[in-house]
Structures are given as C-alpha cells and as structure tokens.
Design a protein around this ligand. Structure first.
Ligand code: UDP
Ligand code: MG
Length: 317
C-alpha cells in the first residue's frame, strides 16, 4: 500500500513521457508518503511502452498497465483507478498541460478533509480558438442539460480520496464521462484554479471525432433533456401544423384563392422529414448506448502490467 497514486493515461506520448516522469518525480518526492506513478498505456503505436519499461526497471515507484488496443482516455483513467492502491489518487494528463506542481496544493486540500479536489482552468494556453470555443460551449451546454452539478471548465485533473475511488470502481458503465461520475458520487468537493499550459510536445490525441463522441457521452450519460426537447418540438410543430391546416382548408372551401404551391408542399415535406430524422438520431444515440451496456463486455483488456498486484482488485465483470 502506498499513500499516493498518480494515474497517467498515455497514448502515443513518447515525446513527452520522460519529461513528465521527471516533473512528477520531482513533485512527488516532496510529499510526505510513499507513492506510485501508475501509467496506463492506451494501445500506443509509438515507443511509449518501451520507455515505460525502461523507467519501470530503474524505478520501483513506476508501474504500468498496458491495454491490448486503444480503448480511449476515459477508459484508461478508469483502469488506473481500478488498480491504484493509494489512499489519495491523482489523475493527470501526460502532456504536462496540467502542471504536476499543483498536486502539492491538492494534497494540502485533501489533508484539510476534502474528498475530491478538482482543478479548474482559468486560462488555456496554446490551444486553437476552435478548441477553446467548443470546450467553452460544451461545458455550458452540459451544465444546462444536466441536473447534477458538473463544475465548469474542469477536466479530469483532480485528486480523489480512496472512498470516492471505491464508489467509482463499482460503476461499470461503458460510455464513460468520468468527471460527471465523480460529481455524481458526491462527498466533500472543492476546486483549485490554474492556468492550463501548452502541450509539452506532440499534438492532441483528441481529434474532432473523439471530441464529439466524448461530449455526446457526457450529455447522454447524465441527461434525458435531448429526448424531452424532441417531444417538445414535436408538440410545437404539430400545433403549428394544425393551425396551418385550418387556414389551408378555409382558403380551399370558402374562397377562390386556392393555394397553387408545389413549392410550399415540397418545403413542408422536406422540413418535417428533416426534423423527424434528427429526432430519430437523438433516440438512436440513446439506443446505441443501451446496446453497448447490455452486451456487458469488459471495459478494457490488459495485455500486460508491471508492479501491479493482480487478482485482488475490486473489478466486477
Ligand atoms: N489519451 C489516451 N487515450 C486516447 C487519447 C488520449 O490515453 O485515446 C491520453 C493522452 O495521452 C493524454 C490525455 O489522455 O495524456 C489527454 O489527451 P490530450 O492531451 O491529447 O487531450 P487534450 O488535452 O488535447 O484535450
Ligand atoms: Mg492535452
């Protein structure tokens, strides 16, 4: 057992991993207890794994899990929490956008009695306008859509107490939105603020496609509002249609100015078909996720690991 676990998901991070290790090491040496650096290799295709091995051979505090393929950032974090043995667990990105030095501040808060200390971004450096704008919009949309209180502008960089981790380990949902789950669990939570740095090297491992999927996971896992919105829109349009029908009938029966319009007909048909298809899409997003859940596949598959005691983890499959 160690006092602190640091969980670091890595996907093709060969360019940054040594520097990350150095900075983390420097910070963790200043803490008051034993610690482990638990890397989760999310199916990297570059030299990441070799570098992890090299570090692990030299340094006992370095441990790693190696996935059989790329399962995604949120799943990698989950695996890290499953196998972390610390009393406090820190989740941090590998690219040094989240400054490791903040961990010391988090630990202070933890000692004051907080169970979750999350890091809120006040500024984001070196990211494109598009990324910042979409992230800004996403967090506000999420807040509007969900009932639970998911903090704004907060990523997965946080410290959680072991008891929070124990609750999270029991939640095996597939379309995972870990920061939402942490909020959902409750306990005593607090924030510290920081300025998000630039990526140390390499480029983002979150292309647009993954970002969209991730935000849909966030919204669908914590809200039915899109479905409610669909039915509300349905009612609204039906009402408008009835008024429209009455007007058309009136013109047809009581006046001579029958509407000739082929154009209006086509427009109506196209518009309503579009709306119906969008609503079906919304329903589809939910059904697809239900389908994923009922298959009950494991969240991830491990190829190998280092320094981890296997078999005693509480991972219900
Ligand atoms: N990551 C991962 N699996 C993935 C994508 C990303 O484990 O499929 C890791 C990545 O190595 C990094 C963290 O998740 O440590 C955050 O990714 P990134 O910095 O690329 O995202 P961004 O900061 O651009 O949103
Ligand atoms: Mg990053």
């Amino acid at each position: 057992m160690v006092k602190y676990s640091v969980v670091i998901p890595v996907y093709n991070e060969a360019l940054v991993i040594r520097e990350t290790y150095k900075r983390l090491k420097r910070v963790m040496e200043q803490t008051d207890g034993a610690y482990e650096l638990l890397f989760v290799n999310d199916g990297s295709k570059d030299d990441t794994l070799d570098m992890l091995k090299e570090l692990a051979v030299r340094d006992d505090t370095v441990k790693y899990l190696d996935f059989s393929r790329n399962f995604g950032h949120q799943i990698a974090i989950t695996a890290g929490m499953d196998y972390a043995s610390g009393e406090a667990i820190v989740i941090i990105d590998a690219d040094l956008q989240d400054p490791p030095e903040l961990i010391l501040e988090m630990i202070e808060k933890w000692k004051e009695g907080y169970d979750v200390v999350y890091a809120k971004r006040t500024k984001r450096k070196g990211e494109t306008f598009f990324k910042r704008a979409t992230a800004y919009a996403f967090y506000r949309l999420l807040r509007a859509a969900t009932e639970i209180d998911i903090p704004l502008d907060t990523g997965d960089f946080r410290l959680i107490d072991r008891k929070v981790r124990d609750e999270l380990v029991g939640m095996r949902e597939r379309s995972r939105f870990v920061r939402g789950l942490v909020s959902w669990v409750g306990f005593k939570q607090t924030a510290i603020e920081y300025e998000r740095d630039e990526r140390f090297a390499g480029e983002t491992k979150y292309p647009l496609k993954k970002m969209i999927r991730f935000s849909l996971d966030g919204i669908t896992s914590f809200s039915y509002k899109p479905l409610k919105l669909a039915s509300l829109l349905g009612f609204l349009l039906s009402f408008v249609s009835v008024v429209w029908m009455i007007a058309v009938l009136y013109l047809k029966l009581f006046t001579h100015s029958t509407v000739t319009g082929w154009s209006s007909l086509v427009m109506t048909v196209l518009f309503f078909n579009g709306v119906v298809l969008i609503m079906l899409g919304v329903i589809g997003e939910y059904i697809g996720r239900i389908y994923d859940e009922v298959k009950h596949r494991p969240l991830y598959i491990l190829k190998e690991s280092w320094g981890i005691r296997r078999g005693n983890e509480k991972v219900p499959y």
